[in-house]
Every structure is written in C-alpha cells, then in structure tokens.
Design a protein around this ligand. Sequence first.
Ligand SMILES: [Zn+2]
Ligand SMILES: [Zn+2]
Length: 112
Amino acid sequence: MIGTECPTCGESDRLVGERDSEVIHLHCQRCGTEWDREPVPTCKQCGGTDMQAVPKAIVEKSRGTQLSVVGTRTIHLCSACDADTLAVYHRNRPNPLMPDQLPTINAELDDR
Ligand SMILES: [Zn+2]
Ligand SMILES: [Zn+2]
C-alpha cells in the first residue's frame, strides 16, 4: 500500500489492509501493531495531500431549464490545483458546490 507504513516499526511492505467502507484496518505482520487508517485523498494532478472535502450538489434536470438539487456527494479538492473552485465554494457556503457545467442557480438551494 503506497504511502502507508507501520506507526510502530516503520514497516511498509508486510502490511495487511482490510477495507471497511471508509476506514482501512491495517495490521503489521512484522511487529503486530494494528491501526486504522482513514483514506487520505491524493491529488491526481500534483500528488499532494492537502485536500479539502467539499459537498458537491447532485443536480437533476426536471423539466425544461428547471434544475433540482437531489443531494450532495463529497468530493476532494486540492488546495493548490483547485484553488479557484475552492474559492467559489467558500464564497457560497453553506451551499454545496454546483457542478461545473451548470450556471449558478441558487433558487432551489435557498429553500433548504
Ligand atoms: Zn510494525
Ligand atoms: Zn493538486
């Protein structure tokens, strides 16, 4: 597992990981330490780990140009590569980030 090592002995090869939804349970075969690891999102562009979890709206087109926010999902944005997107999000908080291809429509969000 890349980027993972035993917190006790530093072993990075003989690790057994078991994924349990969001958390990975790890076991070091060298010293026997067991620990949980939250998955650390990594930027696909720069490889950095300075990521921010941001709720992104899931939008469905109802009829015509009407758009409804049907939910949100959490995405991770890189503080360096996605600085612009993060700035937009922080400006519109607590509204979730809207999908890129859509114009900013706040009418639906204001009711929540
Ligand atoms: Zn160990
Ligand atoms: Zn990045």
